[in-house]
Design a protein around this ligand. Structure first.
Ligand code: 0A1
Ligand code: ZN
Length: 877
């Protein structure tokens, strides 16, 4: 490597030397290239203390500079410096107009950053640093400007021309067959929120009146063939807008709000001001093609991007180290929205499952970083579970410590005080401190210290005095660059269960209280307790920590059936299952026959028999912890034993409870036409879980039941569940037939075909890697499309552990090859594909050696993007 990419540090932050008050852009879109004309009204920043008065603009190496002028005077080659990523001009007036003409080639843009083509449609992705691939600019979030954008293109091929804000003028040149539209966005914004779309798009629209009576038009654009799949996103948008008015007092501010669906997109969606651009997978939905899970994801992502209009756009980030300021807060907001729209406990279970499985693994790996990182080489690598999900947990803890009323006051103050500004996580916390009078100095460590704290709990009870004591101790493992950690401020929501399973009334007059652990260890005393209670700790998962409080199986069963906190009832069941599967793994490794403890069977039977419970929660309780979560819990991951033990447990439960599973399966048969509402989603989730147990028995009878469900399903949830059960069963002929049938039915539905790829990539039976390689040659696959890469390659490497971690290293070899290839096409994708290899320290010595050698192979493979270089080098460090 010529020169190793350098890290940049939060401590080096300096205010920008120049500001851009107004930005005028003119895009002339062409097949071969696009011309971008910019007129920037600039001035020196009065707050800057920079010694040099030079103007340093960002500009990607791919930009072709055609003309540069200051106040109308054209600059010659000697008047500026062009470096790899910058354009420097040493002499500029205090205030001036900078004009620039740049040429770019969207057609060749496979990185999908900046301006690119998605299926013949122009679109942009500017967060975090994509704008510098469009033109020379101060591409940093603390430079906020008012944008006026004209988009000009061939009228026949690109009838729809969109940008941020409101449309203010349009015209055409009929001789040339071209037309143009001018858009004006009155709200100052950083360049990362800029967007442009041009294409042959259809749309649906709906008028919306805001709480204060302003009329807004909502529009969702997509390719014409997908026009019938936009209603759910529109319904979700309207719900999100109402919710933000009611819960946060936030209204929409432009006359028009647009969403555009594109098929080629690196992430889920993007909150560009007034013009959100969405991955089709996060916006299109119809009963025939979309599962319940995907319906809910659309609702959540639409809300997330909408909420960013305040938490992200009106108030934005000062620098990219503050990314969680907008992402953590917005994930918290969208989670609360989804909890209000659906089942609160189910949503919490899903979010905590993701956090404990994937974020805890990140926090324990070589890329571990604080919610507010102190340095990075490539910011794209920091759109992580830590910044998003752990960031949301940090906001949730503030909510828990302050209570809902003060939290709302704090958010009002934050939005009012910082409207139109680019600020820091510290500003957010300060607003919360001011409204509550609380000192959150120690709490701020959650933003600065990486790693998942361990919370160790022990207790004692003295019957004579009626005194119960809880001893809480915290510690946090070392993470890269942070050997020693200081104690966190941890809110521990607690209840105490009496021997009859009922909550005791605590000193605050309530059944729950929040203990605040701030020292490394502390004891909390409860007086007047008549009998030894069972503590229900960390209710609702009140802090992102690993709880260590050993409980015997009998007590877990007691909590499972009695805890008044739904989340902890579920969690007790998970702990029981983990314990039992651990025992099976030990038996497996000792070469003994595996034997499932009846405690688990009995507990599952009781839950299955209780028809008063929400079927969605029953489904969650009866879902065994995933292989990924079992791996996260292990010190050294035993891939094969985890798989064998979990499969065994599933089958043994199915054997013991077959009658019950079948009875509930039949009782939950659909009664109404499909709707993705909470009640129906709950029934289908439990029904399909019952079916999965029955199919685990691999009897012709139950396979036929799955086949019948597949054949008669009137919705994708039921059809796809049956498909994957049959496809992963030992019935090879039936598997091949159903996969063929599925492809034939849906060959023209891209997103459904992606599901078809995923089902095959996730097949735990031998031969999956060969099948994945074959599918890479299939007409349905396209390496340039991130959704397809994720569906096939990421699913294989992340969700098919037994095959990916095959002892011969074939899975690792395959992935390294893919990364080396992807590094040239799409660095962000390449870097994300690396994740499973970065976890090499958690495997046995032989696998460690194989994984490390593939990481070295990547490092030595030639010119690496900053994205890939950062992750590989940190993984090997
Ligand atoms: N801000 C978006 C996520 C996003 C981030 C980066 C992207 O390209 C590198 C694209 C989207 C969100 O939180 O939804
Ligand atoms: Zn976001």
């Amino acid at each position: 490597m010529a020169e190793q990419p350098q890290a940049i540090y939060l401590k080096d932050y300096q205010v920008p030397a120049y500001l851009i008050d107004e930005t005028e852009l003119h895009f002339s879109l062409g097949e071969d290239h696009t011309e971008v004309r910019s007129v920037l009204k600039m001035r020196r920043n009065p707050e800057s203390t920079a010694s040099s008065a030079a103007l340093e603009l960002h500009g990607h190496e791919s930009l072709e500079l055609c003309r540069l002028a200051i106040d109308g005077r054209e600059l010659g080659a000697g008047d500026y410096r062009r470096e790899d990523e910058t354009l420097g001009i040493d002499q500029v007036p205090e205030a001036f107009t900078l004009e620039c003409l740049t040429r770019i080639r969207p057609r060749d843009n496979t990185a999908l950053e900046g301006l690119y083509l998605s299926d013949g449609m122009y679109c942009t992705q500017c967060e975090a640093e994509g704008f510098r691939r469009i033109t020379f600019y101060l591409d940093r979030p603390d430079v906020m400007s008012v944008f006026t954008t004209t988009v000009e293109a061939d009228a026949a091929r690109y009838p729809v021309l969109l940008s941020n804000g409101n449309p203010v003028a349009r015209g055409s040149d009929e001789d040339k067959g071209r037309h143009w539209v001018t858009w004006q966005d009155p709200f100052p914004k950083p360049a990362y929120l800029f967007a442009l779309v041009a294409g042959d798009l259809a749309h649906i629209e709906r008028p919306y009146s805001t709480a204060s009576g302003r009329e807004v038009m909502l529009r969702i654009y997509a390719e014409r063939k997908d026009l019938d799949k936009l209603d759910h996103a529109m319904d979700s948008l309207v719900k999100a807008m109402r919710w933000d008015e009611e819960v946060y007092g936030r209204e929409y501010d432009l006359d028009i709000y647009m969403i555009v669906a594109v098929d080629f997109f690196n992430m889920g969606a993007m909150e560009n001001k007034g013009l959100n651009i969405f991955n089709t997978s996060c916006v299109l939905a119809s009963p025939e093609t979309t599962t319940d899970g995907a319906f809910q994801r659309v609702e959540g992502v639409v809300a997330h991007e909408y909420f960013h209009n305040w938490s992200g756009n009106r108030v934005t980030c000062r620098d990219w180290f503050q990314l969680s300021l907008k992402e953590g807060f917005t994930v918290f907001r969208d989670a609360e929205f989804s909890a209000d729209m659906n089942s609160r406990t189910v949503k919490r279970v899903e979010d905590v499952t993701l956090l404990r499985t994937a974020q805890f693994a990140e926090d324990a790996g070589p890329m571990a970083h604080p919610v507010r990182p102190a340095s990075f080489i490539e910011i794209s690598n920091f759109y992580t579970l830590t910044v998003y999900e752990k960031g949301a947990e940090v906001v949730r803890m503030i909510h828990t410590l302050l209570g809902p009323e003060l939290f709302r006051k704090g958010s009002d103050l934050y939005f009012e005080r910082h409207d139109g500004q680019a600020v820091t996580t510290d500003d957010f916390v300060r607003a919360m401190e001011e409204v509550s009078g609380r000192d959150l100095t120690q709490f701020r460590r959650w933003y600065d210290q990486a790693g998942t704290p361990r919370l160790e709990v022990s207790d004692d009870y003295d019957a004579d005095s009626g005194r119960y004591r809880l001893h809480l101790a915290q510690s946090c493992p070392a993470t890269p660059g942070q050997e020693q950690k200081l104690p966190f401020h941890i809110p521990v929501t607690l209840g105490l269960l009496g021997p009859d399973g009922r909550d005791l009334i605590l000193d605050n007059g309530d059944t729950s209280c929040v203990l605040e652990l701030t020292d490394s260890s502390q004891t909390f005393t409860f007086e007047g307790i008549a009998a030894r209670p069972v503590p229900s700790l960390l209710r609702g998962f009140s802090a992102p920590v690993k709880l260590q409080y050993p409980l015997d199986r009998q007590t877990l069963v007691f909590l499972m059936s009695h805890d008044s906190d739904g989340f902890n009832r579920w969690d007790a069941g998970q702990r029981l299952a983990i314990d039992v599967i651990g025992e099976l793994m030990a038996q497996h490794n000792a070469g003994e026959p595996m034997r499932l403890d009846a405690a688990l069977t009995d507990a599952f039977a009781a839950v299955l028999d209780d028809e008063s419970l929400d079927p969605a929660m029953v489904a969650k309780v009866l879902t065994l912890p995933s292989e990924a979560y079992l791996s996260e819990l292990a010190d050294c991951i035993d891939v094969d034993a985890i798989h064998a033990a979990r499969q065994f447990a599933k089958k043994a439960l199915a054997q013991a409870l077959a009658e019950r599973f079948e009875r509930r399966y039949r009782a939950l048969a659909p009664q109404q036409a499909y709707a993705p509402d909470a009640a129906q989603v709950a029934r289908r989730s439990l029904r399909n879980l019952c079916l999965s147990y029955l199919v685990a028995l691999e009897t012709p009878e139950y396979l036929a039941l799955a086949q019948a469900q597949y054949d008669s399903a009137d919705n994708m949830t039921d059809r796809q569940s049956a498909l994957s059960l049959i496809a992963h069963s030992g019935a090879t002929d039936a598997a091949a037939a159903v996969l063929d049938d599925f492809y034939r039915r849906y060959a023209d539905q891209t997103l459904v075909v992606n599901q078809w790829l995923s089902v095959q990539a996730g097949d735990p039976r031998p031969g999956a890697l060969d099948r994945v390689k074959e599918l890479m040659q299939h007409e349905a696959f396209d390496l340039r499309n991130p959704n397809k890469v994720r569906s096939l390659i990421s699913v294989f490497c992340n969700l098919n552990a037994v095959n990916f971690h095959a002892a011969d290293g074939s899975g690792y070899d395959f992935l390294a090859e893919r990364i080396i290839d992807m590094n040239r096409r799409n660095p962000q994708m390449a870097s994300r594909l690396l994740t499973p290899l970065t976890r090499w320290r958690k495997y046995d010595a032989a696998r460690q050696a194989l994984m490390q050698s593939q990481l070295r192979r990547i490092l030595d493979s030639g010119e690496l993007s900053k994205d890939v270089y950062e992750v590989v080098s940190k993984s090997l460090a």
